[in-house]
Design a binder for this molecule. Sequence first.
Ligand code: UDP
Ligand code: MG
Length: 322
Amino acid sequence: MSKLSVIVPCYNEEKAIPIFYKELMNVLHQLDHEFEILFVNDGSQDGTLQELKVLSERDPNVKYLSFSRNFGKEAAMLAGMRHSTGDLVVIMDVDLQDPPALIPQMIEAIEKENYDSVATRRVTRKGEPFLRSLFARMFYKIINKMSNTDIVDGARDFRMMTRQMVNSILEINEYHRFSKGIFGWVGYNTKWLEYENIERVAGKTKWSFWKLFKYAIDGIVAFSTVPLRMASLFGVLFSFVAFAMLIFVVVRRLLFGDPVAGWASQVCIILFTGGLQMIFLGIIGEYLSRTYMEVKARPQYFIKEKKLHGPGNILGISEQKN
Ligand code: UDP
Ligand code: MG
């Protein structure tokens, strides 16, 4: 009998956890699989950890990891995958935007139809602010033009994978992780399930516009070097234009003797090229700063407390002192 690991990143989700747990259990109890639910508390400031402790006391299938601070959902998913023990692994949000009811269908696709992974995408962005959907769509258009890795619009992190695929993902040890790209990059056969957007059951989204913007830049920098190449292209283009203008100015001077007209247009040109150079310096900086972080090779997270193997196995503050 194969075992299913459910990985659930949580950041300030005290209200959503009990609702999620109930809904998930309704589904898991119908399966004839062993299972574990591995919550990852991503440095929550509310009662999330308390909720997880209560649940794990009551149910030995509930395990948790708790970070020393908020490290982000990518780190939480990574920690979850590293500590999961199932033959099948599914990652899902705690806010019920990823319906647990899809789990049996996912298992079937992997076990009967021989897929390595079942991923989900939402086909609508109902309930999302207009500007956010607009920028999200633009982002997917741009990144897919720039990168060879297929990054699917509306793809969620809700995904079931075989142990083999999870192990491949775990071999990637990048500090700046962009899972939406990594899942595609490792290959394997993926089946896509589509569903309408569902609004979260409690609490509010952790993604501010600015956070999403930074995440988008992470994605582009991690999966494409096209922006770097654009600097060379622009350089060549501008050199050609400059050369043509040089010839034009020299010829005009020799034929008509007209040396100093047009200083205003010169200022515009200087500002324009200066601006472009700054933009490309900035782009190089984005790559350089990430290279810097990768070279430092800091751990992606620290675990302060965990409970992985049933009662009496809590690595808490007291144990850490020894
Ligand atoms: N999350 C996390 N760390 C963070 C932000 C979010 O672990 O720094 C978790 C969060 O608790 C939720 C999931 O990631 O289970 C998705 O977050 P959210 O619902 O805010 O994102 P959205 O669904 O709006 O994209
Ligand atoms: Mg959500």
